[in-house]
Structures are given as structure tokens and as C-alpha cells.
Design a protein around this ligand. Sequence first.
Ligand SMILES: [Zn+2]
Ligand SMILES: [Zn+2]
Length: 123
Amino acid sequence: MIIDFKTNFSYKCPSCFEFCTQGISVFDIPWKRHLTIKCKCNLSSVKIFLKGSSYVIKAPCFICMQTHTYRIPKNKFWSSDILIKECLQSSLDVCALGDEINTQRWISDYSEILKFMLEDDFE
Ligand SMILES: [Zn+2]
Ligand SMILES: [Zn+2]
């Protein structure tokens, strides 16, 4: 299997509640340095760095407002169609990693789910 060292990362910002998406390549995550993905609102950010043979993602959670840490093996990080990481408290999605089509699909599907959940709260 040929691995294309490019992927897309998306998370729901806890400050402005928008989805923040960024394309990343292997060169964006230099050895011993962080990649910081900042939301357009500038109030939240995600950090990704390499640790051993895994990437570590530190993402702010819009549900419980804590920062979750996810460890993803190198090959999975670059080769997954879609990889969704959940909040450890609520098991709702926090962020996703994958190709452009699947990342966009996650955003639109998840937006719908969240809309329904919020509407339920008002009933
Ligand atoms: Zn934001
Ligand atoms: Zn959480």
C-alpha cells in the first residue's frame, strides 16, 4: 500500500463552535516540534507532535472543555480514510482525521446530529 503523507484534521472549536479544518503533510510536523492548528477565532488550538512511533494529538473538547490526548500510530495517522476521536467523558466526537471527502462528510453529518441533539434539549 502506498501511503500518501497528507491528511486533513478537523475539530469543533470550543470557543466559536465552528469546525476548524486544516490539511497537513508529514513536513508540517517536524521532529521534536509541535504543529499547532489554530481556529480562525484564535481562541483555541490543537497541538500535534511525534512521540516515538506515534503521533500525539492534544485537542480541546467543546463538550467537557478539557484537553484530550490521543495517540495514533504513524501508519494509521497518514493512511486512514477517516479516524474519529471521541470525548472521554461523553463519547461524542471531538475531532477527525482523514481524507478531504470523508472529513467534510464527518463535519456535515456531525453538524446534523448536533443540531438534533440541541433541538431535543428545548423540548
Ligand atoms: Zn474557534
Ligand atoms: Zn471531552
